[in-house]
Design a protein around this ligand. Sequence first.
Ligand code: FES
Length: 106
Amino acid sequence: MPKVIYIEHNGTQHVIEAEIGKSIMQASIDQMLPGILGDCGGNCACATCHGYIDQQWLDKLPPVSEDETMMLEATLDMRPTSRLTCQIYMQPELDGIVVHLPEEQG
Ligand code: FES
């Protein structure tokens, strides 16, 4: 299975396997990783799944929807690499994707 690498704000790294078609948010919840809450269940309505995606992976992701942009703008520290991880579904070409977690989710 493809892997996702999560890096907490304090530098702690977690490597998990994520099923194809499952959201990166859901994969982290299933493995009880700290830093991603997914309060709205992946409906793009809470932003507690905010992550910073390593630059090299951004072009491989689907475009940001209007709803996702609105939610990201409501976060405390939106950056050009910000995405909601519930909107990223695992694909083989995302194997090894790196997600940095915001300080407020630490
Ligand atoms: S889980 Fe709520 S916006 Fe992603």
